[in-house]
Design a protein around this ligand. Sequence first.
Ligand SMILES: NC(=O)C1=CN([C@@H]2O[C@H](COP(=O)(O)OP(=O)(O)OC[C@H]3O[C@@H](n4cnc5c(N)ncnc54)[C@H](O)[C@@H]3O)[C@@H](O)[C@H]2O)C=CC1
Ligand SMILES: O=C(O)C(=O)Cc1ccc(O)cc1
Length: 370
Amino acid sequence: MEDVTAGFIGFGLIGGSIARAMKLRFENTNIIAFNYYKDRANTNLDMALEDGTIDLISTDLAKDFRQCDIIFLCCPVLTNIQYLQELKNIIKPTCIITDVGSVKGNIHKAVQELNMNPYFIGGHPMAGSEKTGYANSNAIILENAYYILTPSDQIEQHKIDFLYNLVKRIGSIPLIIDANEHDDVVAAISHVPHLIASSLVTMVKESDDPDEKMRLLAAGGFKDITRIASSSPIMWQNICLTNTESIRKFLECYISTLTRINRALSDCDETYLYDFFESAREYRDNIPTKKVGMLKQVYEVYLDIFDETGAIATIATILASNNISIKNIGIIHNREFEEGVLRIELYDEESSMKAVTLLEKYRYTVYARK
Ligand SMILES: NC(=O)C1=CN([C@@H]2O[C@H](COP(=O)(O)OP(=O)(O)OC[C@H]3O[C@@H](n4cnc5c(N)ncnc54)[C@H](O)[C@@H]3O)[C@@H](O)[C@H]2O)C=CC1
Ligand SMILES: O=C(O)C(=O)Cc1ccc(O)cc1
């Protein structure tokens, strides 16, 4: 799978992260990213060209994307669809078009209408954060993340195999599922939770008094559970406009849960309230965090570091001088670690345990991930 020419339309958090991972994991990848501002500077792409992630900034799809073996659509979901028609007249017969959008039914429908099924495989990396833009992209966010693929039955198997292997190669875990099933699942675990996070923020915003005591005191748990409300408004507007049916189904379900809670509060129903918290706790505690059986075991340690010159070098030195080899190291931002933490990947369990003990001895705040 060497000598791949990959084209990117939309080059922010997800496009940038995939391109970075491909540059890292493939010998000879030629990466072209399309700049849709014809007469405006695009700092994302200039930055990516400068750091070597991309090889060409294209301002002419027809000229530069003809040679692509694979094209990643990485814009908001409605914008991705807008590029299909144009690409249809450009691509070579062997080309694969894939997207990274959070909704799959809508793009599959458009692909079908344009008779582009032999070229298209839907994709959705279940990775990312509330951050946007190339500056926040990082190959590490894709590592060990599920990466859903939704091929139709009208695409050749070798094209599915190609993308499946590419996803594995960039460190993610490919998972093939049906596009409509995908949209239902993500409505429940991502899209409705996002609406809830933004609604909670709105509730506090509208209830706060003029001296903003709620805002002042919201720093703890409230900030944790509403972190995703800081995400891109255009991205989430597009998701809501395209996965509407599934989102509404689970929203109704959520509203009825809230109504039951409200009733239990008004009835002072001790048993209901206890059982509600108990059953939620049990389910939450049993959500897997390690991908059991699907991939090699990963030994990772997370820790807070101070934003100062040489901070990472100091940690690397502590580990190296104790004969602990680092497999991978980098800052990550995600839902779990709001302000970003240093993630260190080690080779085995023993080194991982040794690293935790050692770093705690040096007074670093270390997070164990169960
Ligand atoms: N943010 C996340 O955590 C995740 C996002 N996704 C999906 O990935 C896609 C991209 O999201 P992010 O990378 O997070 O957003 P982003 O905002 O970081 O990047 C989107 C990029 O698309 C560009 N763009 C917008 N309109 C364009 C147009 N007409 N032509 C060319 N480029 C255009 C923007 O300039 C920006 O660089 C969305 O479809 C989203 O649903 C999927 C998984 C996770
Ligand atoms: O909502 C989440 O879980 C995130 O934190 C990041 C994210 C956003 C959109 C997606 O389609 C997938 C992941």
